[in-house]
Design a protein around this ligand. Sequence first.
Ligand SMILES: [Zn+2]
Length: 414
Amino acid sequence: MTTLIRAARLADGLSTSSKANQAVLVTEDRIQAVGSAEEITQNAPPGTETVDLGDATLTPGLIDGHTHLSLAGDGRDYAQMFSETDEMMVLTGARNLQLHLAAGITTLREHGARNKVGFILKEGIARSYIAGPRMQVSGRPITCSGGHFHMCNEEADGPNEIRRSVRRLVHEGADYLKIMASGGGTSNTIPGRASYSVDELHAAVHEAHHFHKLTAAHCRAKESMQRAVEAGIDLIEHAEFLDPDNEMRFDPDLADKMAECGTWISPTLQAWTKYGRIVELQGQRTTGFLNKKEQAELQALESRAETRLEVMRRMLDHCKMERIVPGTDSGVGSLAFGHLDYDLRLLVQVGFTPGEALLSATSISAAALGLEQEIGTIEVGKIADLAAFKGDPTEDVLALSEVVAVFQSGVRVL
Ligand SMILES: [Zn+2]
């Protein structure tokens, strides 16, 4: 089956601006041609179905590098969310996949779930039992005894146990390996403290690369970021520069080291800043319904967010935009699915243009996930994962919150 998709504008994931009067020809699940609407229309084979999206911008489907599908993002803490059964976590994941897909996200990384939940969700999509973005699964995050996310049941201490964990996860179907290099929101762990030595992290990297798998490390502590870079971790999550007292203090030497090593960095800005709540309160302020208590809450949230954004701005004086990968951390706390747009708004707040923010969520993320041959741009031969947004997201980042259409593997799903 061949479909011709046209919209007022097209942003291909390669350029930071959009072009007018373009069209994409899709045959089965691949992009067969892209170019001027007149030319594509003239050369389309007989029987081609045309989809005209009107005043919208066609983009590559968005990529979220950091999600927790099994968690509901409904404000409960880890202990409450992990009291659910695996079966309920699978159902939660099925719901979350749909929320992300409807937001124009056609690929995501599942960053750690309990037992087999992550693998089962991926299998459910492969069998077309449930709809959702294409998934890279880590299975279970590797963590030290009692460490962050130990509830997922992949505890490993020392290089040998870590190697064994990597082998076990790869055998079960992990697409990449996630390792918890510092504490986090799990009780009795310390976000500002590293949880693995360089040797331990290196064992994970070495074993993962042996299987041609990439690695991502949860690093909130400055010390964990240093060790992760030294161990050759491919992607650092959070990068919050926390000291052991859990205070954020930027370190230019560490930022230089990350830049030098070409480490991918996913700053999960939405997670730290509780941006969803900020948007909600700011919306209320615009319409005039903000009581004293809410006013104070908004002020506190905005000032806390500013501390994080300022560290990010300073990091960007050292690290290239081309190595920054947006990620929502959806599922955790009150981070609801369906809002990669929030992370992209925050990237604009730290100095990205809207067009650069769009690249970060498409071609740059595809490269960070090792999927750049298949997705991330609108080019001939790529998988036809596409999204369309009202207006022009390369001019106004808010446009990314208004989804008009979503295509996955050439099939319109919204
Ligand atoms: Zn996470």
